[in-house]
Design a protein around this ligand. Structure first.
Ligand SMILES: Cc1cc2nc3c(=O)[nH]c(=O)nc-3n(C[C@H](O)[C@H](O)[C@H](O)COP(=O)(O)O)c2cc1C
Length: 190
């Protein structure tokens, strides 16, 4: 499956990039084709129009690249920190400016935080937003606590619990990826 891994943090000392690398490695191990969509490497500033509001092919270059990746994806993994119990602005900015690219595809939430709660409060907020965007999230959330020490720079788990917990998370996501893909092949209402 083609899976876009969406991550939005523009902090110079950002930690979530290790979480994104971790899930990308695990998806590759399962023969998927994950692509990282990262607000920082795409140099996304606060966006002006939604992609669909530009004339065809006239959106800023990086938005066009992201559009193609999202459109080509079968599902999305949202790698999200918790900023004041909610969604980081860089991530929300990226999510908000695309729309039809997400429709009739599933998402899965991988939240994280520096503390012990693994970003569970942002996960609750994200569920509502992802449903509105047309990519409902699967029931299981993978919350990562103590993010500063959980993974190394290459996304390898230092806390080996994550190597176990990710298995069921991907198993469940795969089920929804297949179910939605099969049903999309029958057509969609819009
Ligand atoms: C603006 C801001 C707000 C934060 N708010 C929370 C919070 O509400 N709950 C929490 O557990 N951690 C919070 N943290 C700590 C983050 O969990 C931690 O810094 C994490 O590494 C941020 O993700 P990033 O490094 O990928 O940007 C906050 C961090 C920042 C920068």
């Amino acid at each position: 499956m083609n899976i876009a891994v969406l991550y939005g943090s523009n902090r110079s000392d950002r930690q979530g990039i290790k979480v994104a690398k971790f899930i990308i490695n695990k998806l590759k191990d399962r023969n998927h084709n994950p692509v990282l969509v990262d607000s920082m490497s795409y140099e996304l500033t606060f966006l002006d129009k939604m992609h669909k509001e530009y004339e065809k092919g006239k959106a800023p270059k990086n938005m066009e690249k992201i559009h193609k990746i999202l459109k080509n994806s079968d599902g999305f993994i949202i790698v999200s920190a918790e900023y004041n119990h909610s969604i980081p602005a860089a991530l929300k900015n990226m999510l908000d400016h695309f729309q039809g690219e997400y429709y009739f595809k599933p998402s899965a939430i991988l939240s994280y935080s520096a503390g012990p709660f693994g970003g569970l409060r942002v996960a609750v907020h994200l569920r509502a937003v992802l449903a509105e965007l047309g990519m409902p999230s699967i029931p299981t959330i993978l919350p990562v606590s103590s993010v500063y020490t959980a993974f190394d720079e290459n996304g390898k788990a230092i806390d080996k619990n994550y190597d176990q917990r990710v298995i069921g998370f991907i198993d469940e996501f795969e089920w929804y990826l297949k179910a939605y893909k099969n049903q999309r092949a029958e057509g969609t209402p819009y």
